[in-house]
Design a protein around this ligand. Structure first.
Ligand SMILES: Cc1ncc(COP(=O)(O)O)c(C=O)c1O
Length: 340
């Protein structure tokens, strides 16, 4: 049995999801004629209490579109130094939008309103780029699935408003945060100009992300999505998976979080582990001592058909998900305990 814990993107559609996909009513979405895509977009917009939404093939394209619609070439975007939009989207902010990134020295992928405020200045100084956008990520990926303190997000919104910055949330794993912190989508809808959510991570759909925002923002996003080559035709088969995920696979995220906590508790006691980052959702990040090379550790586990991934800087990452069963959890815990 292979136990794949490299990401929560490795899941396959459940039987119920497959049935929903197979029976979806579809049309040509580039002509806005796919009823299932329209339904998904309306559903997500309503969930967040925002005016409109747009379906995307990936979280990367949804984020890149948001950056593009909020900025002009040469503008400056603020994000954490570990942000996905900066580190893992191929340099897209610079390539697609011509935006320069101001990286904030945060903690586990999260910074403070005070830090942002200290960096925004220079609006009338011709030497500095125009500050246009602030992006946050919840939960943080490289930060180990950490959840933002909502009050800090509110404070950041105030700084953004005062300084005329658009406010985008990379919510690839926002539903993990909502479940972990007992929050609701509308709280976020009230705070942000745009939010991207991924259906293909913890929620278990095979493909798809949604960008939510005002009518005006989504109208611009539609054009940019076309320009990026993201207009899909009978995409309702995929949107149906997203609708199913939102209806049936949100609450179960708590199970992934519980399994991640159990893994963390075992790791804490392993002789070779020097540190386990706090575990709030479905991502476990840990470090091994100097006697073990992290890549060798990952290779040895792979020999046992347990797949983990390196996140650089000595970080080893485990991500729990829908296809990670209790039986797999027991095997993993045993292998971690017996590692020599
Ligand atoms: C925080 C975050 N944002 C965005 C993305 C991009 O999603 P996609 O892989 O669908 O492009 C990811 C993917 O892992 C992510 O972790």
């Amino acid at each position: 049995m292979e136990i794949n814990l490299i990401s929560d993107t490795v899941t396959k559609p459940t039987q119920g999801m497959l049935e929903a996909m197979m029976s979806a009513k579809v049309g040509d979405d580039v002509f806005k004629a796919d009823p299932t895509v329209n339904l998904l977009q309306e559903k997500v917009a309503a969930m967040f209490g925002m005016e409109d939404a747009l379906f995307f093939p990936s979280g990367t394209m949804a984020n890149q579109t948001a950056i593009k619609i909020h900025t002009q070439p040469g503008d400056r975007m603020f994000c954490d130094k570990w942000a996905h939009v900066y580190n893992y989207e191929g340099g897209g902010a610079a390539f697609n939008a011509g935006v320069t990134s101001c990286l904030i020295e945060g903690n586990r992928g999260m910074f403070t309103a005070e830090q942002l405020e200290s960096l925004v200045g220079g609006r009338n100084d011709i030497h500095t780029p125009y500050s246009r956008l602030v992006c946050v990520e919840n939960t943080t990926n490289k930060g180990g699935g950490a959840c933002w303190d909502f009050e800090e997000l509110e404070k950041i919104q105030k700084v953004a408003k005062t300084n005329d910055l658009a406010y985008h949330l990379d919510g690839a794993r926002l539903f993990n945060a909502l479940v972990a912190k007992n929050e609701i989508p509308k709280q976020y809808g009230e705070l942000f100009d745009t939010i991207s959510i991924c259906l293909s991570k913890g929620l278990g759909a095979p493909v798809g992300s949604v960008l939510v925002g005002s009518k005006a923002h989504i109208e611009k996003a539609l054009r940019v999505r076309k320009l990026f080559g993201g207009g899909m035709r009978q995409a309702g088969f995929l949107a149906a998976a997203g609708i199913y995920a939102l209806d049936s696979q949100v609450e179960r995220l708590a199970t992934d979080h519980q399994k991640a906590k159990e893994i963390g508790e075992v790791l804490e006691k392993c002789w070779y582990v020097t540190k386990v980052e706090p575990i709030e959702t479905n991502i476990v990040i840990f470090y091994v001592n100097d006697s073990i090379n992290p890549d060798d550790f990952i290779r040895k586990m792979a020999d046992k058909r347990i797949l983990l991934i390196s996140m650089g800087e000595g970080k080893i990452r485990i991500v729990t998900h829908l296809d990670f069963t209790n039986e797999m959890l027991n095997i993993l815990l045993e292998e971690l305990n017996n590692y020599s």
